[in-house]
Design a protein around this ligand. Sequence first.
Ligand code: ADE
Length: 225
Amino acid sequence: MRLDIISVVPDLMRSPFEASIMKRSIDKGLVEVHFHDLRDYSNNNYKQIDDYQFGGGAGMVMMVEPIDKCITKLKSERDYDEVIYMTPDGETLNQGMANSLSLKGNLVILCGHYKGVDQRVRDHFVTKEISIGDYVLSGGELGAIILCDAIIRLIPGVLGNETSALTDSFQDDLLAPPIYTRPADYNGWKVPEILTSGNTPKIEAWREEQALKRTQERRPDLLEE
Ligand code: ADE
């Protein structure tokens, strides 16, 4: 998978890709991440990429031309499956979206900043608008990182144990059951006996029951869906 991330502050985003699973995915050659500084596509010496809103109002708007130049250049080099715009008024990210995006080959991720982008960018370039939740961030960059992490860990070969992404919370519309590791008894706090019984079918049944119980208690809305 190739991810092209367009931003006015690309440096804000580099370090998450330099550690842990996202780094491993790049080192293994399963993912390529390219950052594009929108200021490199500005049409003036001040590297201006934003301007005042027509009609008045507080806050600057990201101009169409630098974004057009950047996306058009990328598209002239390869085909993209989606041009994603990170914005609080997009579709809220969920596991299903992460699953389907993890199957794609090339994605552009455009990070909004200031008030956001000129509507014409959304009308003519963007194919998918994603929000990471009902709150407003200073820009789409942190949201883009969350989106990339959610997608990258699902790409086959990225996680060591292929099954571990499949048993995540949300993969079957259930939250994950409680998990434990050694020691089996810590200062009298004991691990449920079933987990040390070696009886795999019973363990699976216990996990399913616990996942259902946890979902009923914490996220009954998932069961209604
Ligand atoms: N940009 C600002 N707020 C955002 C959000 N909640 N999700 C995605 N991008 C954003």
